[in-house]
Ligand binder design. Structure first.
Ligand SMILES: [Zn+2]
Length: 213
């Protein structure tokens, strides 16, 4: 299933979603991205979405683009809004060995989409090879308003990681490509925000407050 990210979220959003205000913000020049024909959302990701909707009524997980990015000091990990298939919090484990508390959000821009750093920081722990779990992943340590915040980017494509541990990165720098490594049921970015480097918080809420025009 392929669809355009340029469809206004409001046009196909279910009623009563809390992110209307952000989604309705006027698009900035250069924010519209055309999706290449080969970028598709996998059937597995779609099933993930259906089950997520069924068990998290009123959540923000859905197939429409769910946010608007802006070119500030903190940005979403994708240049333009993308679907989110699973949100943060308790869940029925989607696979054997998968956790029952989802520590992040699952973002579905399509296999091979470039993933960007959400803010200036220093690359921490990472894996270039698929050892299960997070698969090929990168972490970045940030100092945001005096607090240590770690961002985690998981299930990347093997061979796609562009950074090394200890390297400084700027907001928007490309870290790797969306893939399907580790405990993953279809190509997506599993994205976490860890406060003080350890405590998971809802990345959607955290970024929504900070990525503003
Ligand atoms: Zn996930």
């Amino acid at each position: 299933m392929a669809f355009s990210l340029s469809v206004p979220a409001l046009a196909i959003a279910p009623a009563g979603q809390p992110w209307h205000a952000a989604a309705a913000a006027p698009a900035l020049d250069g924010q519209t991205v055309s999706v290449p024909a080969e970028v598709t959302i996998s059937p597995l990701a779609h099933e993930d979405y259906v089950s997520a909707r069924a068990r998290t009524s009123g959540s923000y997980a859905q197939m429409a683009a769910t946010f608007t990015n802006y070119s500030g000091p903190i940005q979403w990990p994708f240049r333009a809004g993308v679907p989110i298939s699973t949100d943060f919090g308790p869940r029925i484990p989607p696979c054997f060995g998968c956790s029952s508390f989802h520590k992040g959000i699952d973002m579905n821009p399509g296999n091979g989409s470039p993933i960007q750093a959400i803010s200036t920081g220093v690359v921490g722990e990472l894996s270039r090879v698929d050892n299960g779990g997070l698969g090929v992943y990168v972490t970045i340590d940030h100092n945001i308003d005096g607090q240590r915040v770690t961002s985690v980017y998981a299930h990347m494509q093997p061979g796609s990681v562009t950074v090394s541990e200890g390297q400084s990165v700027d907001v928007g720098d490309i870290l790797g490509m969306v893939g399907n490594t580790g405990q993953s049921t279809g190509p997506h970015l599993h994205f976490e925000i860890l406060l003080d480097g350890t405590t998971p918080t809802d990345p959607y809420a955290w970024l929504s407050e900070r990525v503003i025009p």
